[in-house]
Design a binder for this molecule. Structure first.
Ligand SMILES: CC(=O)N[C@H]1[C@@H](OP(=O)(O)OP(=O)(O)OC[C@H]2O[C@@H](n3ccc(=O)[nH]c3=O)[C@H](O)[C@@H]2O)O[C@H](CO)[C@@H](O)[C@@H]1O[C@H](C)C(=O)N[C@@H](C)C(=O)N[C@H](CCC(=O)O)C(=O)O
Ligand SMILES: Nc1ncnc2c1ncn2[C@@H]1O[C@H](COP(=O)(O)OP(=O)(O)OP(=O)(O)O)[C@@H](O)[C@H]1O
Ligand SMILES: N[C@H](CCC[C@H](N)C(=O)O)C(=O)O
Ligand SMILES: [Mg+2]
Length: 473
């Protein structure tokens, strides 16, 4: 039984709330329903359905005016109902892991939360991660959902894993999640930043707003006394430092320019790459079992997070040698075929450049662009493919509500020599069939995904399974 009358003065004394949700379809008797103004519809239009399903309390946007009274229903008005809902969710589900790190950045979040979880586990902590790959905790592995879940779903999980004994959590803070106040109730003790490049401009409009959403993690979510783990090589480094309270919040900087964790050298080798680091005047050399300079950056960010949680460099640097790759992130399927989640221009360029040294013959790429997402990415990804690959196949990647051929038509002018094969299965099959000895093929964009979103349907589709099947004949 949960009482929220301390938090919501409008409630009757000792009034019981049985559940909370932003979705009228999930309301049950005794629930609080947050009727949020959305990007497609206004949640207020679902109040009758929510009330019919048993909502006792309805949270609405104060700026949208007063509601007509409904018998038995208490309206709660707030000028920022999303933020209020996040606070309510944090109280409704009382427990959270005590050491929570949130990682933001355009690329590398999923990789870092996975690496941090692995390192904490190796140190003997009960550790979990939440993000694009779902939730992973000891005895729990649930895939799917948003990268940063909505407050009700998020806090339900935090409570569940904390009760299972999880003390350490690494979670992805997506820019949508930050902008929509999804994680404002989370007790963030460590905030980390990987990098910033073009993505999600369909939602944020411009790069300044996109960065502003990410900055919230440091200026508004990181708790007093918390630590920020920042990429010193990123142009945004100084701006992010400025977001912090310089008295109580400390910076752990990493990268070639890192003051805390300084990367002296990264040299590719058959097992991955040899790294030389300087931390607190000590030099460490190690072999990171992952290829690609970007993975070295992600590994250092993860090391910074684990150090921020209190571990000594000497204890955690050797753990980098035992990191396991992340599903669908530059994952070698076999015979020079890699599956990767690059779906932004920067990621595509990064991964193609990372694969070039491993290519004796031609470097080939299969990619497309998602529908209902930033259209400006399309020609940029076409240009990057032209500049960095030798053979290009343009195909479909989650067309969603758009016409797939029209999406391809926005990519093709930037890579006119590309083969256009809309059907992703055909594109992958042909690309693999055309490979010669020494060639490398990158299948980009879908990584771990197991479905192709066409219209409002999710059709089963798995790049990794298909590539394996084609390679093995
Ligand atoms: C653009 C966006 O982020 N939308 C999210 C947002 O929806 P919205 O508020 O705009 O929704 P809306 O459809 O206008 O509906 C308004 C309100 O009416 C409610 N409603 C709607 C229908 C109904 O029958 N009853 C009802 O109560 C909805 O629950 C919502 O609260 O809030 C919803 C509830 O939390 C999210 O499910 C929804 O995510 C949609 C599905 C989505 O695709 N989001 C993606 C873009 C996203 O968030 N991605 C990020 C980043 C990914 C990454 O880079 O890794 C992520 O964190 O996953
Ligand atoms: N540090 C990095 N710098 C540049 N590109 C990277 C970096 N890390 C990963 N990538 C590229 O971005 C892709 C996605 O990586 P990852 O899933 O770790 O990022 P993410 O931030 O979680 O992405 P999303 O926003 O889609 O959840 C990788 O498959 C790779 O192509
Ligand atoms: N979280 C990202 C994932 C994109 C994955 C890619 N396969 C695509 O559909 O564009 C988004 O929703 O924009
Ligand atoms: Mg992710």
């Amino acid at each position: 039984m949960v009482m929220l009358d301390n938090l919501i003065p409008e409630l009757e004394e000792n009034m019981e709330i049985t559940g909370i949700t932003v979705d009228s379809r999930k309301v049950k008797p005794g629930f609080l329903f947050a009727a949020l103004p959305g990007s497609n519809v206004d949640g207020r239009s679902f109040i009758p359905q929510a009330v019919e399903n048993g909502a006792r309390v309805v949270l609405v946007n104060r700026d949208d005016g007063e509601m007509e009274a409904i018998e038995g229903v208490i309206f709660v008005y707030d000028k920022n109902p999303r933020l209020r809902f996040a606070d309510i969710a944090a109280s409704f589900y009382e427990k959270q892991p005590r050491m929570t790190a949130a990682i933001t950045g355009t690329n590398g979040k999923s990789s870092c939360v996975t690496f941090v979880r692995q390192m904490w586990s190796m140190l003997g902590e009960q550790a979990a991660s939440i993000g694009t790959l779902g939730i992973t905790a000891p005895g729990l592995d649930i895939s799917g959902g948003l990268t940063t879940p909505d407050p009700a779903g998020l806090h339900e999980r935090l409570d569940e894993i904390a009760k299972l004994g999880v003390t350490h959590l690494a979670m992805e803070a997506s820019s949508h999640g930050l902008d929509q106040f999804r994680m404002d109730g989370v007790n963030v003790r460590i905030a980390a930043f990987t990098n910033l490049s073009r993505d999600h401009l369909d939602y944020h409009g411009d790069m300044a707003s996109y960065l502003a959403a990410k900055k919230r993690l440091f200026s508004e979510l990181l708790r007093p006394g918390g630590k920020a783990v920042l990429n010193a090589d990123a142009p945004e480094f100084d701006e992010l430092v400025d977001e912090l309270d310089g008295y109580s919040q400390k910076v752990i900087s990493y990268g070639k320019k890192g003051e805390t964790i300084c990367l002296k050298e990264a040299t590719p080798c058959p097992e991955g790459q040899k790294l030389s680091l300087e931390i607190d005047g000590e030099t460490y050399t190690l072999t990171l079992p992952l290829a690609g300079y970007f993975q070295a950056e992600n590994a250092l960010c993860s090391l910074g997070v684990v150090m921020a949680s209190g571990a000594n460099a000497a204890d955690c640097v050797p753990l980098l040698e035992k990191l396991e790759g992340v599903p669908g992130r530059m994952e070698l399927i076999g015979k020079g075929v890699y599956v990767d989640y690059a779906h932004t221009p920067d990621a595509l360029q990064t991964v193609l450049k990372a694969l070039r040294p491993h290519t004796d013959g031609k470097l080939c790429v299969v990619f497309g662009c998602g529908g209902d997402r930033d259209r400006g990415k399309r020609p940029e990804m076409g240009r990057i493919a032209t500049e960095n690959a030798d053979i290009i196949y343009v195909t479909d990647d989650n067309p969603r509500g758009e016409d797939a051929a029209s999406i391809r038509a926005e990519i093709m002018p930037a890579c006119p020599t590309a083969h256009e094969i809309g059907d992703r299965k055909d594109a992958i099959s042909q690309a693999i069939a055309n490979l010669n000895e020494g060639d490398v093929l990158l299948i980009a964009g879908k990584g771990h995904e197991t479905g192709q979103i066409v219209g409002d349907k999710v059709l089963p589709f798995d790049d990794r399974a298909l590539a394996k099947e084609v390679i093995n004949g």
